[in-house]
Design a protein around this ligand. Structure first.
Ligand code: FES
Length: 127
């Protein structure tokens, strides 16, 4: 291991520009399953939605560094609103139903930065 790292420049403020972010956006899908078929996002086609999002992001040329990353997640603790996905850095939560909803999230939010208001998770819904 080399020891040639430069010490931080104490006269400079930390770099908070977006250019330092490896991905522009992440979308996390809850794919949680519970034993004995108990209620969870996996019971509502969450895996299919994740797969659809991944393929649509790739088809749109949005995947990769500096762009969008589609990630699996466990329970996001908003089960009552499930199935859910959340987009960062905006921290926008979506409750989706079908492939058309996923396509709209990809086209509107992940591609163009426009929140899909009709799919927003009601703020009071948690676990
Ligand atoms: S099971 Fe999906 S948010 Fe909890």
């Amino acid at each position: 291991m080399t020891q040639d790292r430069h010490p931080p420049d104490s006269d400079s403020p930390p770099d908070s520009s977006s250019s330092s972010s490896y991905y522009q956006r992440h979308i996390f899908f809850c794919l949680n399953e519970r034993p004995n078929g108990k209620e969870a996002c996996a019971n509502h086609r969450a895996q299919a939605a994740f797969d659809r999002c991944k393929s649509q992001v790739k088809a749109a040329g949005l995947s990769g560094p500096g762009q969008v990353r589609v990630n699996k997640a466990g329970c996001l603790d908003r089960c009552a609103a499930g199935p859910v996905a959340v987009v960062y850095p905006e921290a926008v939560w979506y409750s989706y139903v079908d492939e058309q909803d996923i396509d709209e999230i990809v086209e509107s939010h992940l591609k163009n930065g426009q929140v899909v208001e009709r799919l927003l998770t009601p703020p009071h819904l948690g676990r």
